[in-house]
Design a protein around this ligand. Structure first.
Ligand code: FAQ
Length: 311
């Protein structure tokens, strides 16, 4: 029997059918290891997750300019100054590629920056620590860029193609940054004075644990990981990347002649990987909640740069 309600239900049912079909096409493409482009249909939660991660990543790059930018006027030689200028400029470029990738998801750069300036958006915990000496600049290149590359190379295969494409160029530049940091440290360790070698060791002691925190909380405490891995946004888990970073860094520390400040750091033959001591996750939570050594200073510097750069 015909009722008027049937007329109004039909478009809703058709829409629901179309939504299911689009979701299925999306899932099939993800399962096949394919890529999603900006104009393709995507679930709202996938869009939001990407926007959250890419905008945080972009904010990290531009806030990350501050700790090193602080040393441009005090670099020890003209060569080191030119390298540091280029590196800091690269980080600004990375921020711009990433904001552009995030904008394809429907949020404007102004909206993302407003969120950063109002303290509603996160950026990497690592940039809330101070750069006390020139050795810190080398250690940022070696450890912070080293951790960034380890985390970001798998993002070149992220299922969202505009982000993946941005990451290819970013990773090439980050590799150069890592090498220049290591080179600066090697120079200080091999040709420097005892005081300079102590400066390097002190910087390594201060940056080691915060560098390990860059990879995010342990897998069993990472609320976003399961879906991000399901969707091919993240390809390797937080703990696995942290482990790979430690394994890659230990031999580099030996060549450099520094010790890593973890008495429990030992080679585990069975796992073919290093065991490490406990990470202070309370400190991590405090820093991302806004209470790290430099959070207020960093945010104030970004807001000031925005206000003073306004046309
Ligand atoms: N800092 O569930 P998960 C660089 C947050 S760029 C602050 O595991 P997810 C270049 C996380 O957002 C460095 N917050 O989250 C450079 C989430 O909060 P939410 C930046 C963190 O997204 C070098 C909550 O904790 N790189 O260094 C951190 O699945 C030198 C729960 O965590 C990227 O952003 C942290 N360390 O995994 C520049 C790479 N860790 O959003 C200058 C892309 C976690 O729910 C000089 N991002 N949180 O409120 C990623 O790969 C991921 O977003 C992770 C976190 C792995 C960072």
């Amino acid at each position: 029997m015909y009722t008027q309600a049937m007329d109004t239900m039909a478009p809703i049912q058709a829409q629901a059918g179309e939504d299911v079909a689009r979701q299925q096409r999306f899932d099939q493409r993800i399962d096949a290891g394919g890529f999603i482009e900006a104009k393709d249909w995507m679930p709202e939660h996938y869009r939001k997750t990407l926007l959250r991660q890419i905008s945080q990543h972009a904010h990290s790059e531009i806030v990350g300019m501050l700790p090193e930018g602080n040393w441009i006027s005090r670099a020890p030689t003209l060569k080191r100054k030119a390298i540091l200028l280029a590196k800091v400029q690269d980080e600004g470029g990375h921020g711009l590629y990433l904001y552009a990738a995030a904008e394809t998801l429907g949020t404007s750069r102004d909206q993302m920056l407003a969120a950063l300036h109002e303290g509603r958006a996160k950026y990497s915990s690592i940039f809330n620590y101070p750069t006390l000496t020139w050795a810190d600049v080398g250690v940022i290149g070696w450890l912070v860029d080293g951790a960034a590359i380890m985390n970001q190379v798998p993002l070149c295969r992220c299922s969202y193609a505009p982000y993946a494409r941005a990451m290819v160029r970013i990773c090439r530049e980050e590799s150069f940054h890592q090498r220049q940091g290591y080179d600066a440290l090697l120079t200080m360790m091999q040709q420097g004075s005892a005081a300079q070698r102590e400066m390097v060791q002190d910087a390594v002691d201060r940056w080691w644990w915060p560098s390990l925190m860059m990879f995010g909380p342990p897998d069993d405490q990472s609320p976003n990981s399961a879906l991000s891995m399901r969707w091919g946004i993240k390809r390797i888990s937080n703990d696995e990347l942290r482990r790979k970073f430690i394994d890659a860094t230990v031999p580099q520390a030996k060549v450099l002649g520094v010790t890593l400040p973890d008495p429990e750091l030992t080679w585990n033959e069975a796992r073919q990987s290093h065991d490490h001591g406990p990470i202070d996750w309370d400190e991590f939570r405090r820093v991302i909640a806004g209470d790290g050594p430099c959070n207020r200073e960093r945010l104030a510097a970004r807001v000031r740069a925005w206000d003073e750069g306004a046309w």
